[in-house]
Design a protein around this ligand. Structure first.
Ligand code: FNR
Length: 349
């Protein structure tokens, strides 16, 4: 029996299968971070295509935490109705719907995306790379404001009707910047040893967990390695995952890189080893993510206990109906929408 097409229950949410749409910025928001028809069609199509969970892209919890002026935001009530429309439709297709809450930190408004109106912030006044702005070092009041923004966004996410929140602590954005010795050079209680570097992300997770209903799952995305000597690495990721698990995180979404301009490897499953380790050593469920395109590979990682769900990014941009084809390949029952049933069997007229 296919595991990819077996339901996955976490807290009170049951996914119809273990295929998750990986969060992917669309840079298509209208004025002030409001979702547009592009988002409605894009996410709606992937729900029609049979995914178990549609995770919306990195959504800024405050304006200075955006990557660009076209990012989705969840920092104002005006942003709720367009998101509600998406969630309602995704639910009607039988999929769960989640949102990735993010703060871009020192990578806000990259030189490529255009300078934003706000000054970027970070743990330390160290720019990401040449040509990038030097971030303002967050003080205590600034840190509290960011944590409060995550908390408020979580409340609104519940009001919108999302089933899952994923906290973005990867890819060199603010929470990863705190975790990584590459970007965090602080000597106060938020920097130095791992325990201190972890303190702010943990604070955010605890506040979100408290503001988000007990019955709803909370995920966190980590970059399990910086691919740099002296950087964040899988040993630290195991420790962080354990602490996040104890704070109520239900699944660690295992990504990598992004703290510095270093290219990650590019073979299928390049992020799987840490996912498997975290699952085993920290005892927290994990995702398989990274260049997974073959149904058989998605099935393998689950059957061999290497991860609990499979996230697909670019493959689901190319093929939003990938889950329907994957079910056929694995001999499983596919979640075909009733409107398309006449196309279910190849060869039918
Ligand atoms: C991404 N990725 C990404 N990751 C994330 O955590 N939040 C985001 O908003 C985005 N945005 C984004 C946009 C686009 C266009 C792409 C292609 C990727 C990374 C993505 O979720 C995924 O981790 C990687 O693409 C690796 O998975 P695949 O594509 O190899 O399946």
């Amino acid at each position: 029996m296919s595991m990819l097409f077996s339901p996955y229950t976490v807290r009170s949410v049951t996914l119809r299968n273990r295929i998750v749409v990986s969060p992917m910025c669309q840079y298509s928001a209208g004025g002030d971070g409001i979702a547009t028809d592009w988002h409605f069609v894009h996410y709606g199509t992937r729900a029609v295509g049979g995914a178990g969970l549609v995770l919306l892209e990195a959504t800024a919890v405050e304006p200075r935490g955006r990557i660009s002026t076209e990012d989705l935001g969840l920092y104002h009530e005006r942003q709720l109705p367009a998101l509600q429309r998406i969630v309602r439709f995704v639910h009607e297709q039988g999929a769960a719907c989640g949102i990735q809450l993010a703060h871009a930190g020192r990578k806000a408004f990259s030189p490529k995306k255009g300078q934003g109106p706000q000054e970027p912030v970070g743990p330390s006044p160290i720019p990401f790379d040449e040509g990038w702005r030097v971030p303002l070092e967050l003080d205590e009041a600034g840190l509290q404001a960011v944590a409060a923004a995550f908390e408020q966004a979580a409340r609104w996410a519940h009001e919108v009707g999302f089933d899952v929140i994923e906290i973005h602590a990867a890819h060199g954005y603010l929470l990863h910047e705190f975790l990584s010795p590459v970007a965090n050079h602080r000597s106060d209680r938020w920097g130095g040893p791992l325990e201190a570097r972890l303190a702010f992300p943990l604070d955010v997770v605890r506040r979100v967990r408290a503001a988000w209903p007990e019955a709803k799952p909370l995920f966190a995305r980590l970059s399990t390695t910086d691919y740099l000597p002296g950087g964040f690495d899988p040993d630290q990721a195991v420790e962080v995952a354990r602490a996040l698990g104890q704070a109520g995180v239900d699944l660690i979404d295992c990504s990598s890189g992004g703290i510095a301009p270093v290219r990650p490897p590019d073979y299928p499953g390049y992020q799987l080893k840490p996912a498997e380790r975290i699952r085993r050593e920290a005892g927290v469920p994990t995702s398989a993510l990274g260049l997974i395109t073959a149904p058989e590979m998605a099935e393998e990682v689950l059957q061999n206990g290497r991860a609990d769900v499979v996230l697909l990014g670019r493959e689901l941009l190319r093929h939003p109906y990938w889950p329907l084809d994957a079910a056929r390949a694995l001999g499983a029952e596919a979640p075909w929408p009733r409107q398309y049933l006449r196309a279910k069997r190849a060869g039918d007229r």
